[in-house]
Write a protein of this length. Sequence first.
Lengths: 210, 210
Amino acid sequence: MTALTTRAADKVDARRNQLAESALKTLGELGYARASLREIATNSEFSHGVVHYYFRDKIELIVYCVRYYKARCVTRYDAVVSESTTADGLLDAFAAKLVETLHEEAPMHRLWYDLRAQSMFEEQLREAVTMIDRTLEEMIWRVVTRYAELAGREVVATSDTAYGVLDGVFQQALLALAGGEAAALDRITGQVRALMPLLLGARVVDSAAS
Amino acid sequence: MTALTTRAADKVDARRNQLAESALKTLGELGYARASLREIATNSEFSHGVVHYYFRDKIELIVYCVRYYKARCVTRYDAVVSESTTADGLLDAFAAKLVETLHEEAPMHRLWYDLRAQSMFEEQLREAVTMIDRTLEEMIWRVVTRYAELAGREVVATSDTAYGVLDGVFQQALLALAGGEAAALDRITGQVRALMPLLLGARVVDSAAS
DNA sequence: TGATTTTCTTGACAATTGTCCAGAGAAATC
DNA sequence: GATTTCTCTGGACAATTGTCAAGAAAATCA
């Protein structure tokens, strides 16, 4: 019985994910405000009524989508961290990955910034948004600390500052890109190369290697 | 006749500004999506029909509001720049002003971030948003260059990077504040104190003063 | 004061929205 | 194969939206 229940729950979750998938496509295209449930359903293979079978209301769908979206984000820079062997190499790989993300996932990211802004008005969004924000901060922190480790230096900024700084220039690039400014891709590469070293302080002396 | 026309135009502009004023209040409270023309009109001293007498449609009202809002922003840190006599003093004044802004104009700023995000979906908003963004960047740049000048050092970051970085942590603070995290005010003070020096490079030798 | 223009109000409109529901269809269970 | 449960459809609902227009009210001008 437990097994059956679990399997049924899995099936429901699978359908929820399927709906979230197409909902995210519509949301990324139209943004939070303009994406109606009917439009979302039209861009899926179901009718508009099915949404209320799997989600209580619109906000629950959105929140589910936001959480679902997070799963794709967390590992984005893991390869950058694990496969880089030098500080400069990591810098290159990180910048390249940022550019790739801006290129290929722009709709997803403008949706993210949209939702984050909406969360300042709609309290129901806040918890999910805060959770993702924390996850993103940790992701960036892994990159920065690995960078410092490879450089043999210490990080002089806190985790939130590092995230805030890089998120700021990333958002700037995304915005410029939305305005057709293709040069934004080159610009952010330079910005990251310039900023990351600034986050590092004096050379660390490894006391175990004397 | 020119004088009369001008005076009439001034009167129209005055009414437009009056409407923009109360519209901004509603927009700051509800955000771009949820602020209907009726709600905006209700929070003004006019009926909902008057909006279409002074503005062609909703988007024109919003854009007008955005531009009107800009006028209040540009001079916000002028006193910080002109009245500071030491680098550390400027840092203090700048951080204090940021905190004050976060405290007193939070609704206005969450509206700004909302509109900026919307501009990635709605092309009609883009021009006005881009213009304000440039203005804000210049404003920050005046602070940063003045800071470098007082410190007798050069700025190692470009104007857009400086703006992106500070805007990032500011937005982070605003978001945290919306979530009731009062500690965000102290945090951003520390962040600014830590970040600004990082934007400066080696000591500048004033060749004229040798 | 009377005429004319400007300004504003009120009500109406079509469209869109989120939500709900009755029932059709599919799947699972017995 | 019959029955029950799950899944989905399509239409209806009230509420809200931006927009518009007809006319009242106010201001301006003669």
